[in-house]
Ligand binder design. Sequence first.
Ligand code: RIB
Length: 295
Amino acid sequence: MSRVLNFGSLNVDYTYRVDHMTREGETQSSEGMEIFLGGKGFNQSAALAKAGAEVYHAGMIGDDGDGFLPVCKEYGIRTDYIKKIEGKGGHTIIQIDKNAQNSILLFGGSNRKVDREFVDEVLDHFEKGDLLLLQNEISSLHYIIDKAYEKGMVIILNPSPFDHRLDSCDMSKVTYFILNEIEGCQFSGKEDPDEMIHAILEKYPKAKIVLTLGGDGAMYADASGARFHQPVFPVKAVDTTAAGDTFTGYFIAGILENMPIPDILRMSAKASSITVTRKGASPSIPSQEEVMASL
Ligand code: RIB
């Protein structure tokens, strides 16, 4: 069976509950503060592991990142390629407002120290057919894509956050794009989901696209003409952090299991609907048993 390597960020999330997102020039007292282990990369590894997949996480932690290793063990994430370096690790300041929406300020820290030497060291252990999952919170992304493509790995990109750092990446080497509607708009220049998909497939005809649409559910499309839509499972949200990461991890776990796409979408939507009912990033992600039991 193929293995999954997730080369991604590990962030300590400092999460503050607020009445509203703090405005320019405003000082606002928070109503509570908690610290969670997160990072788009780490959350997606947590979702993969909790969904039952074998996942190797590669990334860099700093002086403040020791907490990740025991939690990786607890979730079943392979830690062989998590390297500790001197200096500050990645962290975020997250505001959660009374509607459970978030705003995230990201400091890259050690995530931005991923260099070519480390990439080569990690990729040496993987081969043709293995899956590589990436987000946009680490450095050397374009180099990882080029090297993994040369090896024949299957590249899955969650282009989040969508920023100028993606400009140097050769997107034609990516097999799966997993993105939300804002990233879809930034990527394609279109606002309508069908037009986004059309524009992306026109440019990258071999790609498979998973588009999450918030309250409008999620869509899958590829050049074979396959199109599937999955509505959301309505819930009362308390914190939407890691909802997209849960969807991504569960989606890839379903691909590894060779499940039909509509079933994968359903499982992933159910998993992320559970995530938003709980506080925090990685701890809010449900196990596969829990997801299946509530489907
Ligand atoms: O997707 C949620 C994640 O984004 C948070 O855990 C935070 O660390 C940021 O990377």
